[in-house]
Design a protein around this ligand. Structure first.
Ligand SMILES: C[S@@+](CC[C@H](N)C(=O)[O-])C[C@H]1O[C@@H](n2cnc3c(N)ncnc32)[C@H](O)[C@@H]1O
Length: 288
């Protein structure tokens, strides 16, 4: 997989409607890194969601890793407390897609409970927070790349719905497709879930979403989060049960759908604003 890490100048403009899928990267570089450590405010109008997120998470990786540590512990514990609830037979080899994996909390929390021939695949649009960081952390934990490996990229670019780099059989037929704390970063959650559902094993692959419940909209925190990550103006920060159910149904993964609000979510400091996060875990199985 190429790292796309080169930069060059070129002539086209990124205007709405002209946001192309990138095979090269643009050097937005350090101009967005604020030495005070504040979240960089990025003006990336006209870029794709994936490109906006890549810029944000590449630049904000260090702060994110630190700030969200309590959140990751919270998520790991809640996943590990629910192995039976997930409903997969962990005594047999399982294949897990950890989409928008970040540092890999979903993979790392499940890894101790699976057989050695199981396999974790991470995909993330960012190297710094995602693919690279995931691979570094996994290696440090002693996991081999055959067992656990992340790739840089996206499955959510509507102009390239079947990216060739993810067309091999190793990127399909997952027993678990999980997406933790990331759905609210995507422009179109319904489309995202349909795209990801195609990667689950037909007739029974488990689809898991972990994200915020109905989170504050039009508050200072929402505004900062939106500006920082380049979200569109209407992107929610969370989802109530009925909205999630709709997305699971729309993606054909609503068999035995459940939505559980997790008790005692972490508190996060966003630019001095304290936000007590309320997080849910939801699951459903792919129908056919
Ligand atoms: C809040 S982090 C969550 C990371 C991790 N799953 C966790 O729970 O800690 C959101 C992640 O989504 C990734 N991301 C955003 N848009 C993406 C896209 N279109 N495709 C893949 N990854 C994406 C970001 O790079 C970032 O790592």
């Amino acid at each position: 997989m190429s790292s796309n890490s080169h930069s060059h100048s070129h002539e086209h403009e990124h205007t709405p409607g002209n946001a192309h899928g990138h095979s090269h990267s643009h050097d937005y570089g350090s101009q967005f890194i604020d030495p005070t450590g504040r979240i960089p405010m990025v003006d990336t109008q006209g870029l794709t969601q994936a490109e906006r997120s890549r810029i944000h998470f590449d630049n904000f990786a260090k702060a994110h890793v630190d700030k969200f540590a309590e959140g990751r512990r919270f998520i790991a514990k809640n996943i590990q407390d629910r192995l039976d609830w997930i409903g997969v037979d962990f005594t047999k080899p399982v294949r897990v897609l950890d989409y928008a994996c970040g540092t890999g909390v979903v993979s790392h929390s499940l890894a101790p409970y699976v057989t050695p021939t199981s396999q974790f695949v991470g995909i993330d649009v960012s190297d710094t927070l995602g693919a690279d960081q995931y691979n570094i952390t996994s290696a440090a934990l002693g996991f081999t790349p055959e067992f656990m490996k992340a790739y840089k990229g996206t499955l959510l670019e509507p102009t390239d719905p079947n990216p060739t780099e993810f067309s091999a059989s190793e990127f399909f037929n997952f027993d678990i497709v999980a997406c933790s704390m990331s759905l609210h970063h995507f422009d179109d959650p319904a489309y995202a879930m349909q795209q990801l559902a195609k990667r689950a094993r037909p007739n029974g692959g488990v689809f898991i979403i972990i994200d915020n419940t109905e989170a504050p909209v039009n508050t200072e925190i929402h505004k900062i989060h939106q500006q920082a990550t380049g979200h569109g103006p209407h992107t929610a920060m969370g989802y109530a049960e009925e909205e999630m159910r709709k997305y699971f149904e729309g993606a054909g993964v609503a068999v035995e759908f459940e939505y559980v609000v997790l008790e005692g979510g972490p508190e996060i400091d966003i630019e001095g604003y304290k936000w007590h996060m309320q997080i849910f875990i939801s699951k459903g199985k792919r129908d056919e």
